[in-house]
Design a protein around this ligand. Structure first.
Ligand SMILES: [Ca+2]
Length: 359
């Protein structure tokens, strides 16, 4: 067989290998084939909010929160030093989930106003405290819709950011949580005519947290703007769902309009199984080691970090960043394969020229 024909076969084989590599890179991103969503009615709330007995069977209201039936749940009125919250009565047990909610933060002040509203997924609930009206040193996730800059920053407000609490680390109140933030974005969600919609999505299988907002009211993907995607986020296996808000010296009305929660289930590829979640086991070991070490109750920042899940990778606008990272890997693989093909082709060409010279 002529050398050129052999080279062509090699080049073809390498191209096939390249396309296989591309597929493997994409498949490695997930080990599931499809996802299904199902509504979790007992973790959702919408007008009129209460039943005939003037209670809600699934949610508890507390602090200064009150409701106007059919309109809103007002977590705080436009008055100083108020805080209010609502929490689910039962912990949320779905491994992976999406919580969509509508809220309005508004008030007459065009100058200073605050402080903001928080979304919670935590192991404990109902405790009033300094973090947007809820307790500090929380264990789980807080996503903050912050309207007042406590510190001085290069970015503007309103701003969304999030923190993964380990039950010991304090929220960085004076610096608006910047020290421990998972991700953030600056979005104008105050005094909008229409309620703002937000979506918090957690996929335990990939340990990915996504926060999005929607100002357009539509349900299409194009209507949702990604605030951030954080990877390697390890949440407690169960957590109460909650919302809280507070005012201090500055004020605003913080209204929650409705909450819709969905569970996510995955169909796995043949031979694939869901990854095991060892959140409590790992955390338990870390706590035992800490007790043996004789550190103080909350530990130093160093011991505290040993007790925490691994620090998540942050990517503001990470949906796009994640896409480009996959694209970059693919391009790199293709460039490598193309270089090998080019080398083989050049070699074959030289061999062919030599064989002509001989004759
Ligand atoms: Ca703040």
């Amino acid at each position: 067989m002529p050398v050129v024909a052999i080279a062509r076969r090699w080049a073809l084989a390498l191209l096939v290998a390249a396309s296989c590599c591309c597929s493997l890179v994409l498949a490695a991103e997930h080990n599931y084939e499809a996802e299904q969503h199902f509504t979790l009615f007992s973790y959702s709330i919408q007008p009129p909010y209460i039943e005939e007995n003037l209670q809600n069977r699934w949610w508890d209201f507390g602090g200064d929160a009150y409701m106007e039936v059919n309109n809103y749940i007002r977590l705080t009125p436009d008055k100083r030093s108020k805080n209010g919250h609502i929490w689910t009565k039962h912990p949320f047990t779905s491994n992976s989930w999406i919580v969509e909610f509508e809220f309005k933060i508004h008030g007459p002040s065009a100058g200073l106003h605050g402080d903001g509203l928080a979304f919670w997924y935590t192991k404990e609930k109902d405790s009033t405290g300094p973090v947007f009206g809820s307790k500090d040193k929380f264990d789980g996730l807080g996503v903050f819709f912050d309207t007042y800059a406590n510190g001085r920053h290069h970015f503007s407000y309103p701003r969304i950011n999030a923190m993964l609490g380990d039950g010991a680390t304090e929220y960085d109140h004076d610096n608006d949580g910047v020290k421990n933030e998972l991700g953030a974005c600056e979005i104008e969600f105050r005094n909008n005519e229409q309620p703002t919609r937000a979506r918090v999505r957690y996929v335990r299988e990939t340990k990915t947290l996504t926060v999005q907002t929607n100002f357009y009211g539509g349900q299409g993907d194009a209507d949702w703007v990604t605030c951030f995607v954080a990877e390697n986020v390890r949440l407690p296996p169960t957590g109460y769902l909650g919302f809280s808000a507070h005012t201090g010296e500055v004020t605003d009305m913080h209204d929650l309009i409705q909450v819709k929660s969905q569970g996510i289930s995955f169909s796995y590829k043949t031979g694939q199984t869901p990854p095991k979640d060892d959140y409590d086991a790992k955390k338990g070991n870390a706590q035992q080691q800490k007790v043996k070490g004789g550190s103080d109750k909350y530990g130093s920042s160093a011991s505290s970090s040993s007790n925490r899940p691994p620090p998540p990778k942050t990517s503001s606008g990470g949906g796009v960043a994640h896409f480009f990272m996959v694209l970059f890997k693919l391009v790199l693989a293709l460039v490598a394969i193309a270089a090998i093909c080019f080398g083989v082709w050049k070699y074959a060409q030289r061999q062919e020229e030599r064989s002509f010279k001989r004759f």
